[in-house]
Structures are given as C-alpha cells and as structure tokens.
Design a protein around this ligand. Structure first.
Ligand code: C2O
Ligand code: CU
Length: 563
C-alpha cells in the first residue's frame, strides 16, 4: 500500500476557556489535535516540525511499531527531544491494530494539550464485526488549566507533593454548559432518530480516570485499545488515561426512561472523575456535551421551551466497584482473521511488580523542596519493585542499547519486590521503600511473559492505569487484596481475555497480564497517571533480536533528533 505523509507543526496557539485566554501547545494550532484516519495495514509518515519554544516528542499510543522503536517517541527512552526549530519524520505502521488509538506528546507534561485520535478502519475490502454505523465520532476527554500546563508542572516539581488539579475536564476541547463562559461552545453531537453512531472515546486526561454516560441512552461496548470486544450493553463506561473505548450509540432514548414523559430533543452526555484515592483533591465538576436530535419536529410544535436537561446518573467519584464492574466485563472477540498473538499458555518469564507511592525521607541524593507541603522533610516518590525510574539525559536508552554505550542503564531490574509484604494494609511497609535508578528488564525474543501488578492500600495510592509500549497484552486476571500465587492463577481467563495496551490495576488489588515479547526493541511501561509517571512509576523492557532478518530491529533513520 502507498505511504501517506502528514505534517504536524508543533506551535503555541491562543485558546479561551473558562473566561480567560491561554497560550497552549498544539499540533497545527488545533485543540484537541487533528484526527489521523488510516486503514489497517497502512504505513504513514508524520513530519513533525517544532515551531514552538519547547522541546517535544510524539508517541503513537497503542501502535506496535513492529521492529521500529525509533518512531515510538518517549523522551530519553527511544529518542532525544525534538528541539525548537528542528524536525523529525516518524514512520508509523498499522499492522495489528483496528479500532481507536491516539497520539500524544511524550515529553514532560506537554501531552496535556498535544494529543489527538487515531481511527484505524478495517483493511480495505473488509468490514466491522457489527453493522456499519451511520456515522463515527471521536470523543476526546481532556483538561483545561487556567494557570497553564507548564506553570502547573513547575509548581508540582517544586512542591514535592501532589499537583494542582485542572480547572475542568473537557469533551472535545470544551468543558460544557455547567462551566462559566462555556455554554455556547459546548460540544454538540447531532443525530438522526433511529440511526446508530460509533463513538470513539479517548481518555487524554493527565491525572484522572473518568466515568462517562449519556442520559436516557444505553451504550454498546464493541472495542477497546485498537481491538474488538464481545459486545455488551452498559449505562456508563469507565475509562482510564491512555485507554480508548468504542461504543455504539443507538439514537433512540430507552423506553424505560421516558415512558412517563415524552422524548426530548436534547440529552446530556457527561464525564466525571473517578478516583479511588481517598485523600485526593480533585475537581469533580461534571463536563458535559449535548446529544441533539435533528429531526424532532413534533417536539418543537408541542413544547414552547426546552425543559431542563437531565444529567445521566454517573457512579460516585470513589465508586471502585462500579469501575471494576465495567472493566471486568471486557472480553476479546476472537476471530479467525485476527492477526493478534494468541494468549501465551506456557509462560517463560514471570515478573511480580509492586506499584507503590510513598513518602520518601530527606535528605538523600534527591533533595526535598523546602517550600512544599512537607516542609522539606519528605517528598512523594513512586516505584515499581522499589525502583523509582530515572530517565537518562545525555542519550536515550534505545541509542545506548543499539550503539553499545555503557553506563547509561543497568539490566538488573528486580523480578520481585525487595521485601514481600502485606500490600493491602493501611500502613507504610518496608516493601514501599524507594531507590532511584535507570534499570531495565531484558526479555528474550518471543519469550512468553506474565506480569502480575500488585497495587497497595497506602494513603497515597490509587488505581494505576499501566501502559505498555510496543506490544498489546492480555488481561488474564485481577482481584482485590494480595495476589496469591497458588490460588489466583487457577482463575485466569486464557480463553477470551481482553487484548489491550493499558489496564487499570485496582487500588488494594492486583492485575495479571500476559504477552509474547515478539517485538524487538526498547519499550517503556508506565503508569498513565502523569504525576505517578513523573514520580518514577516507569520501567523499560528491552526485547532482544531473534534469529533471521525479520526478527531484528530496524536501523535508526538518518534524522534522529540529537540530544
Ligand atoms: Cu500514552 Cu507512554 O504513553
Ligand atoms: Cu499510577
């Protein structure tokens, strides 16, 4: 197939939200950024030109990038940042994915406004596993900061504590009716009664998982993270940062809701924060958009004024059971035509990874900001198996690996936490102690990997949406409490587990995933809550080359950005 080129110019642009104007980072001046439309099997080249005053990199979230980590994008992991005035051409190949993915900046917190949807249509000549929808609409959840993203990030780094929450969640760039100065710009989806619409939902929010629902309408979930699921109906969805969910919306209000009154012309679509962290400060004001019926002449005749719009009932902000009840229903749709690796049955590499957020005492080599909430005595750190990840600065890990540069990273990432513990007690435990380092885990080519993520119940903890670059994985099991090595694997789903690139590990619980390390390269894995990532909840896998040319990493393109 032919290769299409796209030009992404990174530049600042002025946008007004919540009654004041702000300069934000954008691609081509758009917020949210442009949607990429491709067919499965396509390859595109994106010419990224940095006309902004800030460093940046771009990442194609959920795209495997077979043998080509050079285009993956995470700063200091697979490339150095694209500096102001420079350009980098990224090749993106859509081999395995079909459905909705997204692209975003992967440099400090610039992804806050530099992001957009990727729509991957079925291969030309093939069809969806459901009737063709009347129309398809990307719906991107984002955020707005009155203070600006760079300012918020700087304050966060300087405090040693939690970041300030954004001032609004946005739906396709708009906070909606309930916010000041926002009413006339609220995102509106116009629909024709009786038709079916495919909503491609993307959570691009920095710090929060979300609940989403549409008043008086049920949603049929058909896909997640660029792969199809067995369809199921739900009144709401849970979506974590990094995740995408595809739903079918039938433009027909449910009978059960309006039997007593007549159907209306407009309905609220609404999104609100879900957080399992009891101590968290968040803005739980509801972002809204409008579902608008185009063809409702009767209604206009019989009603002189629009009755007040109803908000859909959303689960409450800390409703963990509602969150896991939704996520636990996802099942992959196995089709014979699927190109995905089957669920690995015989695991060759097992990792048990404890995810923790804790207070780190000072002083040590990481000093604590004196002006912060803890008076310079402690700061918050995040770690995986007690290792808080440190990005190298002089060279990226991929180049260091490829060019055999010593001293950039160590290959002794621990398989287990230092002190196995009761992770679900309420008190800090030794197992949460943090050391800093750039340590990677090397995987043999095609090894069958199982990772068990263990969350904790510490005060600073929350669900962790863990995201893997380079390979999607199967979620074979999850549960609350401590993972039990003897009992829990017996309950694994090896038949139709969901095939995803991001999974929310519940607070006070565990999640088990499996994948085949079939993609040679350097691949980041991290929590997709931006503060946790910055605190160090990241690690890197190096997947070794296999035998034969087709199992080897490609050489770097000539225009890799210099450090
Ligand atoms: Cu959405 Cu490291 O990425
Ligand atoms: Cu996290």
């Amino acid at each position: 197939s032919s290769i299409r080129r796209h030009t992404f110019v990174i530049k600042e642009a002025s946008y007004t939200r919540l009654c004041s104007e702000n300069k934000i980072m954008t691609v081509n001046g758009e917020f949210p950024g442009p949607t990429l439309y491709v067919y499965k099997g396509d390859t595109i080249v994106v010419d990224v030109i940095n006309h902004s005053p800030h460093n940046i990199t771009l990442h194609w979230h959920g795209v495997a990038q077979p043998r080509n980590p050079w285009s993956d994008g995470p700063e200091y992991i697979t490339q150095c940042p694209i500096q102001p005035g420079r350009k980098f051409s990224q090749r993106v190949e859509f081999t395995f994915e079909e459905g909705t993915l997204w692209w975003h900046a992967h440099s400090e917190w610039t992804r806050a406004t530099v992001h957009g949807a990727i729509v991957v249509y079925p291969k030309k000549g093939s069809t969806y596993p459901f009737p063709k929808p009347h129309a398809e609409v990307p719906i991107i959840f984002g955020e707005w900061w009155k203070n600006g993203v760079f300012e918020t990030y700087k304050e966060f780094l300087g405090s040693g504590g939690d970041p300030n929450a954004s001032d609004a969640i946005t739906i396709n760039g708009q906070p909606g009716n309930l916010f000041p100065c926002s009413k006339s710009d609220t995102f509106r989806l116009d629909v024709v009664r009786g038709k079916t619409y495919l909503l491609r939902l993307v959570n691009a929010v920095l710090q929060d998982m979300l609940f989403f629902a549409i008043a008086d309408h049920q949603l049929t979930v058909v896909g997640t993270d660029g792969s199809y699921t067995k369809p199921f109906k739900s009144n709401y969805i849970t979506i974590s940062p990094g995740q995408t969910i595809d739903v079918l919306l039938e433009a027909k209000p449910s009978q059960q809701y309006y039997s007593s009154s007549s159907p209306m012309k407009q309905y609220y679509m609404a999104a609100r924060v879900y957080s399992s962290n009891p101590g968290a400060v968040f803005d739980n004001t509801t972002a809204t958009a409008i579902l608008h019926y185009n063809d409702h002449q009767d209604w206009i005749l019989h009603h002189s004024s629009q009755p007040t719009l109803k908000l859909p009932p959303l689960p409450s902000v800390n409703d963990t059971s509602a969150s896991v009840a939704f996520t636990g229903r996802l099942r992959s749709l196995s089709t014979s035509s699927s190109d995905a690796e089957p669920v690995p049955k015989d695991v060759t590499t097992k990792l048990f990874l404890s995810l923790s957020i804790n207070l780190q005492p000072c002083p040590n080599n990481y000093s604590c900001p004196p002006g912060g909430p803890f008076n310079g005595t402690v700061r918050i750190a995040a770690s995986i198996n007690n290792v808080s990840f440190v990005e190298p600065r002089s060279v990226d890990i991929l180049s260091a690996y490829y060019n055999h540069i010593n001293g950039v990273f160590r290959t002794d990432f621990p398989h287990k936490p230092k002190h196995p513990a009761d992770y679900t007690g309420d008190r800090p435990f030794e197992g949460a102690a943090t050391t800093h380092g750039t340590r990677v885990k090397v995987l043999g080519h095609n090894s069958a990997v199982e990772v068990v993520f263990q969350g904790t119940n510490l005060a600073l903890g929350s669900d962790h949406p863990m995201h893997l670059h380079g390979m999607s994985f199967y979620v074979v099991g999850w549960g609350f409490g401590n993972f039990d090595e003897r009992r829990d694997p017996k309950g694994y789903n090896l038949v139709d587990p969901p095939f995803v690139n991001t999974v929310a590990v519940p607070r006070n619980g565990w999640t088990a995933i499996r994948f085949r390390a079939s993609n040679p390269g350097v691949w980041l894995m991290h929590c997709h809550l931006e503060r946790h990532q910055t605190w160090g909840m990241q690690m890197v896998f190096i997947v070794k080359n296999g035998k034969g040319r087709k199992a080897q990493m490609l050489p770097p393109p000539p225009d890799m950005p210099p450090c």
